[in-house]
Design a protein around this ligand. Structure first.
Ligand code: JFZ
Length: 423
């Protein structure tokens, strides 16, 4: 399978942040973690603003408590499929250095260091394969807070933070060749992972172009693809550099126009990526669906994150939203999957996508008071226009390159309608 072709056609995927940080879930010794509410950062942020990270031994000890007995790979894969997602990228290893598979090069992993002793990546890969879902891996190639020589956080935007002393170049080289490259090789060859999500966003002298090239070549040599966050230089140059297969926006960032190459936004249901027990800032299904549609209309993907609880279950607010989105896609999916940006200017009332067979899909975000929706620059006269969900005919007028849809008044009661326009 051509991975980048698959990626572009898919449009919708899942992100999963799961690891030892799912146990404290944003609260350390009765106190809410400070700073940015990213629960997966608790190792470094637990004691903020007083400074100081969780002592290494205390964090490591979480491994002996990690026992996600409710984890059921088939149940996860069913949610993914029912949500209408075509792929899933999981934190195979996040910044804390803990691996969710049975790594031979680091014992700090789910099989060797926990009472759970099951290979989560293996089980999830098999469950995904059974359903034609592609499993991808988030791999923290730059930051590793466990292995000697791994990179440490840099927050140039927070000047009051004393800069942590980074490992030397030789120490980082040791981490890179003894852990990073071998683990990525394990994911490629031992698990058949071909979709990679790397994560670097600060200029850091340890991530040299030579090292990045090595990592990219390794993934490419097996037919895999990498995102632009693999290196900040390429990330910020707009991803023009050879070697980057798809662009990743900043967290929850949505570009305001089409990008003529594969790209994605990774986004959250609430605010934290890892499960945070005090994060109640849940977004609405309507908002999330508009993010998906809007990205698709601009040639991009949406990768929506869940943070499972430490027991392996998916939080109820995420499950409800996943199912609501899936129900919408079950009816309207042809207007999202395998579509491209339409040549017409984007209307103020919604979004347009172009089907492979030439059909134009009009996504109604806001209803016009007179129920009239105008699409400019439509050269040919349509043959028909119908609401996808109900099959109701939509009267229209075409003239001088302008198409006016006369929406049936009763359709406004049903938000996020899609009109399929055929020529
Ligand atoms: C990173 C991680 O540190 C975080 O834990 C999570 O995995 C997220 C998906 O990625 O966080 C970032 C990375 C980049 C930016 C912001 C947060 N950025 O470019 O603005």
């Amino acid at each position: 399978m051509d991975m980048i072709d698959f990626f572009t056609r898919s449009r919708f995927g899942m992100f999963v942040h799961f690891g030892l940080y799912s146990i404290p879930a944003g609260v350390w010794k009765g106190r809410e973690q400070g700073r940015n509410h990213y629960a997966e950062w608790i190792r470094y942020q637990a004691l903020w603003p007083d400074g100081g990270a969780i002592p290494d031994g205390e964090y490591r000890a979480l491994a002996s408590e990690f026992n996600p007995a409710a984890f059921d790979a088939d149940a996860w894969a069913e949610e993914i499929r029912n949500a209408g997602m075509k792929y899933v990228v999981i934190t195979a290893k996040h910044h804390d250095g803990f691996a969710l598979w049975d790594s031979r090069v680091s014992g700090f992993n789910i099989v060797k260091a926990t009472p759970f002793r099951r290979d989560l990546i293996r089980e999830l890969k098999e469950a995904c394969d059974r359903r034609g879902i592609v499993l991808g891996a988030y791999y923290s190639h730059w930051l590793d807070w466990e292995f000697p020589g791994g990179g440490l956080p840099l927050w140039p935007e927070i000047p009051e933070d004393p800069p942590l002393e980074q490992p030397s170049d030789a120490e980082f080289e040791h981490y890179f060749t003894a852990k990073c490259l071998p683990q990525v090789t394990e994911l490629l060859d031992g698990y058949g992972i071909r979709l990679f999500w790397f994560d670097n966003w600060c200029k850091c002298s340890l991530l040299t172009e030579a090292r990045l090239e090595k990592l990219i070549d390794l993934v490419h040599s097996r037919g895999g693809i990498v995102n632009s966050r693999i290196g900040v230089t390429w990330n910020h140059s707009g991803g023009d550099a050879a070697g980057i297969d798809y662009l990743s926006m900043g967290d929850n960032q949505f570009p305001d126009k089409a990008i003529p190459r594969p790209w994605e936004t990774s986004g959250t249901f609430n605010e934290s990526w890892g499960y945070h027990r005090l994060d109640y800032r849940w977004k609405t299904t309507d908002f999330l669906l508009k993010c998906l549609i809007s990205n698709a209309s601009r040639n991009g993907n949406y990768q929506l994150n869940i943070g499972p609880r430490a027991d392996g279950s998916i939080p109820a607010p995420s499950v409800r939203r996943l199912r609501e989105i899936g129900a919408w896609l079950a009816v309207n999916g042809e207007s999202v999957y395998n579509t491209a940006c339409a040549p017409q200017p984007e209307p103020g009332w919604g979004r347009l996508t172009l089907g492979k067979d030439g059909a134009l899909y009009a996504h109604v975000f806001e209803n016009h008071p007179a129920c009239q929706l105008v699409i400019e620059a439509v050269s040919a006269a349509p043959r028909s226009a119908r609401i996808l969900e109900t099959d109701q005919r939509v009267p229209f007028h075409h003239g001088e390159g302008r198409l006016t849809l006369q929406m049936p008044p009763e359709s406004v009661n049903s938000p996020l309608n899609v009109v399929k326009i055929e020529f």
